[in-house]
Ligand binder design. Structure first.
Ligand code: ATP
Length: 372
């Protein structure tokens, strides 16, 4: 009912193109994360939705309404900022109730609504304090309470957790996710933190240089990135990218012939693949120089507690393998890696994914999805 839709949105600031041909929808009651590096246009897209910025071209819809030319107050959206933007001279009760007060909601109804929202966010004991008497996490909760109190058509959140410490960020991201689902609210959430986007969102829209790169559920973004940019932006560590030569009968990776099906090689050739992408957890460390493995040198070993990341040099390329806890190897020691090319995706020279990883593996059938 309250989907938010961008239709051919373009935004220029003097010479800078902040957004180009943005076509994107946050479906009703879903949580959409706008994810991308600094300067890719995320905040601009959010501000255009809120009416704080006018697009140079295109239209914005909330539900069936074209809101492109409407004033912010007529759009029925609530924004939560990184800076909380609470009024320091007002009590918490007055801050939460502010959106109701400016809409002339009677005092008794206001009190009732503020009490209910404060209780649901467990901040009811803070209502008579002022913002300076609260911690960062508490202030962010108040900013959320203020957004929720008038039941808007959509929530727009701009890096709302950036000012919190790492532990509180983790707690709050779970809480915001639960809250948005409970309220059935359409949410657009801007972040450059891929862990936040992947854990919170129903849909992740990856942006790069003012353009939408891919929009899909988090698992799909991770497993089937549309291009090299998405592959390397999403995932920690980022996807490994290696040069590949598919001109001959075998697939050549880091100078070694690697076993791959004729079907996969043909698909890569057809798509003019020049690189492959492989996730760290799909890379194995093998004992000795097994056939089909690639020799390398340990650069650094990073124990992460539950797992270990090993950064390995393969000639002038590098690859990261994710292995079990307790793995040990001295920097500079020789090591062999292997992986199944069916677990890889393949990019052409422009970085577009031309062959996706096999969706199901087993027997001799390899169900690769090839870009049409
Ligand atoms: P960040 O994560 O750093 O906030 P972002 O992805 O949200 O980045 P935007 O703030 O949307 O990016 O900015 C997109 C581009 O538009 C940037 O190049 C930025 O410098 C430019 N830009 C944004 N606002 C203005 C403005 N008011 N005047 C001129 N250029 C602007």
């Amino acid at each position: 009912m309250n989907a938010v839709r961008f239709e051919d949105i373009e935004k220029r600031f003097d010479g800078v193109v902040a957004l180009r041909a943005l076509n994107l929808m946050a479906p009703s009651e879903k949580f959409l994360a706008l994810l991308g590096p600094s300067g890719c246009g995320k905040t601009t897209a959010l501000r255009i939705t809120a009416g704080l910025e006018a697009p140079t071209g295109g239209r914005v819809f909330i539900g069936d309404r074209d809101v492109t030319r409407l004033q912010p107050r007529d759009r029925d959206v609530a924004m939560v900022f990184q800076s909380y933007a609470l009024y320091p001279h007002m009590t918490i009760r007055e801050n939460i109730g502010y959106p109701l007060w400016i809409r002339d909601v009677p005092e008794s109804e206001r009190r009732q609504k503020v009490d209910a929202v404060a209780k649901s966010l467990e901040v009811d004991h803070l209502l008579e304090r002022r913002p300076r008497q609260l911690s960062g996490g508490q202030r962010q909760r108040i900013a959320l309470a203020r957004a929720i109190v008038r039941n808007p058509a959509a929530f727009l959140m701009d890096e709302p957790l950036s000012n919190l410490d790492a532990r509180l960020r983790l707690t709050m991201r779970g809480e915001i996710k639960r809250l948005c689902h409970r309220l059935g609210a359409t949410t657009i959430y801007v972040t450059h933190d891929q862990a936040e986007a992947m854990t919170m969102a129903d849909l992740v829209a990856v942006m790069g240089s003012g353009s939408l790169q891919q929009v899909a559920p988090p698992e799909q973004i991770y497993d089937f990135p549309a291009n090299r940019f998405v592959a390397m932006f999403v995932g920690n560590p980022p996807m490994n990218v290696l040069k590949v030569d598919v001109a001959g009968p075998a697939m050549i990776i880091a100078g070694m012939p690697i076993k791959a099906s004729a079907q996969l090689i043909a698909a890569c050739r057809q798509g003019n693949a020049v690189e492959l992408g492989i996730r760290a957890e799909d890379v194995d460390i093998v004992a000795g120089a097994e056939r089909g493995s690639i020799p390398g040198e340990v650069y650094v070993v990073e124990p992460m507690g539950s797992e270990t990341l090993i950064d390995i040099r393969l000639g002038d390329e590098r690859i990261t393998a994710r292995v079990g806890r307790g793995f040990r190897a001295a920097p500079g020691s020789r090591i062999n890696v292997s992986f199944d090319p069916d677990d890889a995706c393949f990019f052409d020279a422009s970085g577009v994914t031309v062959v996706h990883r096999a969706q199901s593996k087993g027997g001799k059938t390899h169900d690769h999805k090839i870009r049409s």
